[in-house]
Design a protein around this ligand. Structure first.
Ligand code: 3PG
Length: 306
């Protein structure tokens, strides 16, 4: 059995070593394709493998066509919008994710970004504190929960909106539950996005919603760039000079944001929410052990395609 790690953005070495140990102790072989720069390298690497571990790497029908022996893809992470699930199903390939494994790393970055924003991008001027401020968590999944846990340490006033999470789950965590996204944005000084990129959520963070935020509003995005309506965010930030946007996913219009919104816009150069040794180890080893259980026991826990 051949397992390929295909990561344009590599895991920490310690995680690769852990994955290798897991795969080899099951009697399988590990191949590694890191930092590839063209799709042809990926198409070549997938040719003879039975399983692939990926991160945000794009797996489309062309990759699946090239991977004749492929049985399973595990996305070492949460979001699987980078995989064509329908194509995987029609190729008879199981797709899984590793939910929760990198969520603490992402949640910690949210607070790094929040402090950076309220302290005026560390420019030496007087800012504000997070204590007592209203934090809106937009979607209460694994990352949202970790954000809430850390926000309690900052003594923030925590609100959440999630169309799918039962109200009691949030209430049991001591979170104020609101009934709509509009109410969340209206109520909060800072909103942290944790929605996945789906057909329903794409472009959903728009002018009307963001304009609900009170003066000095801050939007933190460690989710996906596709959920933001970039043109409308630019319009809003042009009109509202009080508004700040900090993101871990560089917008398509990054150059425009940099040019127009100096001192109230920041993007990481490459998504780094899950770029910690711990998150790489957790997600990478979970992916490897899910592959082993899939082949040895037929276990399909965490399968995300039908
Ligand atoms: C995820 O969906 O798990 C995060 O966005 C992390 O993605 P990455 O593995 O590409 O850093």
């Amino acid at each position: 059995m051949k397992v390929l790690i295909a990561t344009e953005k590599p895991f920490a070495k310690i995680a690769v070593d852990g994955i290798k140990k897991e795969i080899e102790s099951a009697g399988y072989e590990l191949e590694l394709l890191e930092k590839y720069t063209s799709k042809s390298q990926l198409l070549d690497a997938v040719k003879n493998v039975n399983a692939i571990i990926i991160r945000s790497d794009i797996i489309d029908a062309e990759v699946l066509d090239a991977a004749k022996d492929l049985k399973i893809i595990v996305r070492a992470g949460a979001g699987f919008d980078n995989v064509d699930l329908a194509a995987a199903t029609s190729h008879g390939v199981c797709v899984m994710n590793t939910p929760g494994q990198n969520s603490n790393a992402v949640a910690e970055l949210v607070f790094g970004m929040m402090v950076y924003a309220v302290r005026n991008f560390f420019n030496g001027t007087s800012g504000t504190e997070l204590k007592g401020k209203k934090l809106g968590i937009h979607a209460y999944g694994n990352v949202g929960r970790n954000v809430a846990r850390i926000a309690k340490g900052f003594e923030m006033d925590i609100y959440a909106y999630d169309a799918f999470c039962p109200k009691e789950v949030m209430e049991n965590d001591g979170i104020k539950v609101v009934e709509s996204a509009e109410e969340l944005y209206k109520s909060c000084n800072v909103v942290s996005l944790h929605i996945p990129a789906t057909a329903e959520t794409k472009n959903s963070i728009n002018y009307a919603l963001l304009n609900e935020m009170p003066k000095g509003g801050i939007l933190i995005n460690t989710a996906r760039k596709e959920v933001i309506n970039e043109d409308e965010l630019i319009k809003l930030m042009s009109e509202r000079t009080d508004f700040k946007y900090v993101t871990d996913i560089m917008p398509a219009a990054n150059a425009k944001f940099v040019e127009l919104f100096e001192g109230r816009y920041f993007s990481t150069p490459k998504k780094m929410g899950a770029q910690t040794a711990e998150a790489n180890i957790n997600a990478g080893i979970a992916a490897a052990s899910q592959i082993v259980s899939f082949f040895k026991d037929g276990c399909e826990k965490f399968r995300v395609n039908k």
